[in-house]
Design a protein around this ligand. Structure first.
Ligand code: UTP
Length: 289
């Protein structure tokens, strides 16, 4: 069955980005000239997704406004004859069928995904973590969907992280199957050193079968007293198996200060309007360090 729905959880508190995240959700922080969430929705659409549910929270209404029409700007641009800009702006509201639901309390990623149960129904679906941006030629979600279709199992997007940070991520037990493709038989959230299974961790993209909802509903509270998506994916991996894809490209953690800066530089270097000036400035700036 083809994957046409995606869930984008974006209801976390974003405490690592305070005080900025007090009024601007980390998922809406700007990378060059667009919020991170724009890139996430763009990736979903380029992957063949037509229906998206974004999980939001109090104070995150800017996401709904962003994907709506904006009559004030549109009238202004029409009057000024700026038709290209007008078209760009209208396209944003028409990218996909986007619905929103609020997670009233930040009870974890698993709890956020569970809120999309009715929306997803009995279909496989993609989860695009709202604060994990991936810069790649081919959309990572598209690759995961292709692997799902080939193997008929859920797929998680993975990368190796360094041993000193694995305790902040999850750790996967994997066996190589093909180039960049692994079979995953177990995983653990935020492992202590003796529980590390490998340095492969899930970084922001998964495609899951609808069976995950029953596991989430019956899941006990996990790390941090939250409903962890990792715990239910671990059960799925142990009971029916999961695939893992070591995706190419650069991962940007928009939930961290360094990630936000790196994303802006990396995307800025490729942006036709500022690329040259940014490169010159960066070269000179590096000399002053
Ligand atoms: P994180 O664990 O990075 O989010 O979740 P966080 O809790 O906001 O981070 P810090 O530690 O306080 O800085 C990954 C993604 O899952 C969403 C987040 O918004 C983020 O996009 N999330 C997390 C939810 O939607 N609900 C939650 O309860 C937790």
């Amino acid at each position: 069955m083809t994957v046409r729905k995606a869930v984008i959880p974006a209801a976390g508190l974003g405490t690592r980005m305070l005080p900025g995240s007090k009024t601007v959700p980390k998922e809406m922080m700007t990378v060059v000239d667009k919020p991170a969430m724009h890139y996430q929705v763009e990736e979903a659409v380029k992957s063949g997704i037509t229906d998206i549910m974004i999980i939001t929270n109090r104070g995150k209404d800017s996401m709904e406004d962003y994907f709506d029409y904006s009559p004030e700007y549109e009238n202004y641009l029409t009057k000024k004859g700026k038709m290209r800009e007008l078209e760009e702006l209208r396209k944003i509201a028409e990218m996909a069928n986007i619905t929103f639901i609020r997670q009233k309390e930040a009870k974890g990623l698993g709890h956020a995904v569970l809120l999309a149960k009715e929306f997803v129904g009995n279909e496989p679906f993609a989860v695009i973590y709202g604060d994990d941006m991936i810069e790649a030629d081919k959309p990572t979600t598209k690759s995961l969907i292709e692997i799902y279709e080939k193997y008929g199992k859920g797929v998680v997007g993975i990368k190796e992280v360094s041993p000193d940070v694995i305790s902040k991520y999850c750790s996967l037990k994997v066996d190589k199957v093909d180039d960049r493709i692994y079979s995953c038989t177990d995983m653990i959230e935020k492992p202590t050193p003796d529980k590390v299974m490998s340095y492969f961790s899930i970084l922001g993209r998964v495609v899951l079968p609808p069976e995950i909802f029953h596991l989430l509903e019956t899941s006990e509270l996990g790390y941090g007293g939250e409903i962890q998506l990792t715990d239910s994916m671990a059960t799925l991996a142990r009971e029916v198996g999961l695939m893992a894809y070591e995706f190419p490209g650069i991962h940007h953690d928009m939930g961290s200060k360094l990630g936000l800066i790196k994303a802006n530089i990396s995307f800025g270097i490729k942006h036709p309007e500022i690329s040259q000036d940014l490169k010159i400035w960066l070269k000179n700036f590096v000399k002053t360090l």
